[in-house]
Design a protein. Structure first.
Length: 317
C-alpha cells in the first residue's frame, strides 16, 4: 500500500471550487471501449485549470491474470515475447501522451494500476539503458509523464497553498484521498457500496475512491469533530499548570465513490458482451467528479489564520 504526499504548484483561493476526477477502467483497445467519451473527457480536463485527475487503473485492455500466467509459462521464443512486448510498450507510451497536457500543468496527481496491468519480462538491462524490465505498463506511463506511481491502493495527501480571495496571504493545507483500484463484482448498488463503505471504516481520509466494478455513484457523509486547537490559547488555569480552553464542534464532509468506466456494457446486435453474459446491471460510462473548496465558517470570516478554514465538498455522478 502506498503512502505519499503530493504538493501542487498552484495556489487555491479560499471559497473557490476545485474538481478531482478519478479515471479508471478505461480498457482502451477493447471492442466495447467508449473512445469518443474518453477522449472528450481528457480534453475537457486538459483545458480546465481547476480540474485534477487521479488514475485508478485499467488504462489499456491487456492480459487478464490468467492470461498473464499462461503467457509466462508458455514456451514462446524470445523473439515472440519481444515482439509482443514492443507492441505493448508502443501502445502504452501512445496512451501516456493523452495525459501529457494535464501532467505538464501539474494537475495529474498520479496513476494507480489495476488487474489488467502487464509486467515486462524481457531482461535487456545490460544492452538497453531505457529497459522496462520488471516494470508495469502503468509504471511506464508514470515515468514517461514524470508523475507519481500510486501502486494498487494507498493514501494520498494532496497539499496546496491556500490564499484569501485577494491572494494576499497563503498557508499550506492538505486533504487526504484513499484510493483502491477495486475488487469483486456487484449486481446491485448495495453490493457495490458495501466494499467501499468498509474502507471508510478502516482508513482515515476525506475522499474515498474505488473502481473495478464499473458502477458510477458518489455519496457524501457529514461527520462531527472537534476543531483544531488554537496555538497558545488563553483559558482557565487548572491544577498542575494545565490550561482549559473552550473549543467547538465542526462539520467535516466525507465523500466516497465508485468511479465508473469507459466500457459499453451492452451493445445492440446478437453478439453479447461479457457484462450481458454475466447478467450485470447496465452501468453508465464516464467519470464521477468530486468538487472541493476551502472555506471559513460564517463566524470565522475575521480569523487571521487560514488554519480555521475547513474542507467543504460534494460529488456528482
Amino acid at each position: 500500500m502506498v503512502a505519499k504526499d503530493v504538493y501542487l504548484p498552484h495556489t487555491w483561493r479560499l471559497g473557490e471550487w476545485y474538481h478531482i476526477v478519478p479515471v479508471g477502467d478505461v480498457h482502451r483497445g477493447s471492442p466495447e471501449h467508449a473512445s469518443k467519451a474518453y477522449l472528450n473527457m481528457l480534453q475537457w480536463c486538459t483545458e480546465k485549470d481547476n480540474y485534477y485527475v487521479i488514475g485508478l487503473g485499467e488504462y489499456d485492455d491487456w492480459f487478464s491474470g490468467s492470461e498473464r500466467r499462461a503467457f509466462r509459462v508458455g514456451e514462446f521464443h524470445d523473439g515472440t515475447v519481444f515482439a509482443v512486448e514492443q507492441s505493448i510498450l508502443q501502445r502504452t507510451l501512445e496512451h501516456a501522451e493523452l495525459y501529457r497536457g494535464i501532467a505538464k500543468a501539474g494537475r495529474l496527481l498520479g496513476l494507480a494500476y489495476g488487474h489488467h496491468s502487464y509486467t515486462f519480462q524481457i531482461d535487456d538491462r545490460e544492452t538497453n539503458p531505457k529497459s522496462v524490465f520488471g516494470k508495469t505498463t502503468t509504471q511506464v506511463m508514470c515515468e514517461a509523464l514524470n508523475v507519481p506511481y500510486l501502486g494498487f491502493s494507498g493514501l494520498l495527501n494532496v497539499c496546496m497553498k491556500v490564499s484569501r480571495p485577494t491572494g494576499a496571504y497563503t498557508e499550506w493545507r492538505h486533504f487526504t484521498i484513499y484510493y483502491h483500484h477495486g475488487h469483486g463484482a456487484a449486481r446491485t448498488k448495495g453490493g457495490s457500496i458495501a466494499p467501499l463503505r468498509r474502507k471508510v471504516e478502516g482508513f482515515q481520509a476525506d475522499i474515498y475512491l474505488m473502481g473495478h466494478d464499473h458502477n458510477k455513484w458518489a455519496l457524501p457523509e457529514t461527520r462531527l469533530r472537534i476543531h483544531n486547537p488554537k496555538r497558545w490559547a488563553k483559558g482557565t488555569q487548572r491544577a498542575g499548570g494545565m490550561v482549559e480552553s473552550a473549543n467547538r464542534l465542526t462539520h467535516n464532509k466525507v465523500i466516497y465513490a465508485r468511479t465508473a468506466s469507459f466500457v459499453k456494457g451492452y451493445a445492440e446486435g446478437p453478439k453479447a458482451t461479457y457484462q450481458e453474459i454475466a447478467g450485470y446491471q447496465p452501468t453508465e460510462i464516464g467519470v464521477v467528479k468530486v468538487t472541493v473548496r476551502w472555506k471559513f465558517r460564517e463566524e470565522d470570516t475575521n480569523q487571521s489564520s487560514l488554519a480555521w478554514a475547513v474542507l467543504d465538498g460534494h460529488a456528482s455522478a
